[in-house]
Design a protein around this ligand. Structure first.
Ligand code: URA
Length: 206
């Protein structure tokens, strides 16, 4: 039997393919029990990287990031902002879908700080491989992972924040937050800010 540490994979992955292969056998935290791992996708040297929280139900099944309800909002906003998704690299802070089974449904559960830190190994690998000019953190969990500390979105959005790896960091809302804003006018405003933030990030990257 394999020793538990054998799949911690301390050798740094050097390609997106190696990240995918590594995530499939990752045991850095317990979330591997939750189903398929989902690494990032996009061109190898995209100028802009998006980092979400974790794959959702549909993403876990399809093994692709941001293809479910949040992905639809992201796609719509990207289109309005004039940002071609095909030229960006889209990934997540945590590569597995943490959830609670509820009958036939799987309810999203926010990853804890330990899981975010454990999975940073993979996000850092993607950052080293892609070397984007700009990294956009979508929501608080992504911001925690990208900046290594809490980075409140309301205070820091629309700013270029210097990251140690030469990239600039940008924070904005998570698309699923836009789905949850209860008041229609507040929802419209939040969505407009989101589109502005995507435009801001793309300008910074190009
Ligand atoms: N939410 C995320 O943060 N990432 C996805 O890939 C899908 C939903």
């Amino acid at each position: 039997m394999e020793a538990p540490d054998a799949r911690r994979q301390d050798a740094r992955p050097g390609s997106v393919e190696a990240v995918w292969a590594g995530i499939e056998v990752c045991r850095r935290c317990d979330l591997w029990r939750c189903g398929n791992g989902v690494a990032g996708e996009g061109p190898a040297h995209a100028r802009l990287m998006f980092v979400g929280e974790q794959p959702g139900d549909q993403e876990e099944q399809a093994k692709r990031p941001f293809i479910g309800p949040s992905g639809k909002i992201l796609d719509k906003a990207l289109q309005e902002a004039g940002v071609p998704r095909s030229e960006t690299f889209v990934t997540n802070a945590v590569k597995h879908f943490k959830h609670l089974p509820r009958g036939k449904r799987r309810l999203h559960k926010t990853p804890d700080a330990g899981e975010v830190v454990a999975c940073r190994w993979w996000l850092d690998a993607e950052r080293r491989i892609i070397r984007p000019r700009v990294i956009v953190a979508l929501g608080a969990t992504a911001a925690l992972s990208v900046f290594g500390k809490a980075t409140p979105i309301g205070r820091f959005r629309q700013q270029a924040l210097q990251l140690p790896d030469q990239a600039q960091g940008v924070v904005t809302y998570h698309p699923s937050y836009l789905l949850r804003v209860p008041d229609a006018e507040a929802k419209r405003r939040a969505y407009a800010m989101f589109v502005d933030d995507l435009r801001f990030a793309w300008k910074l990257a190009t």
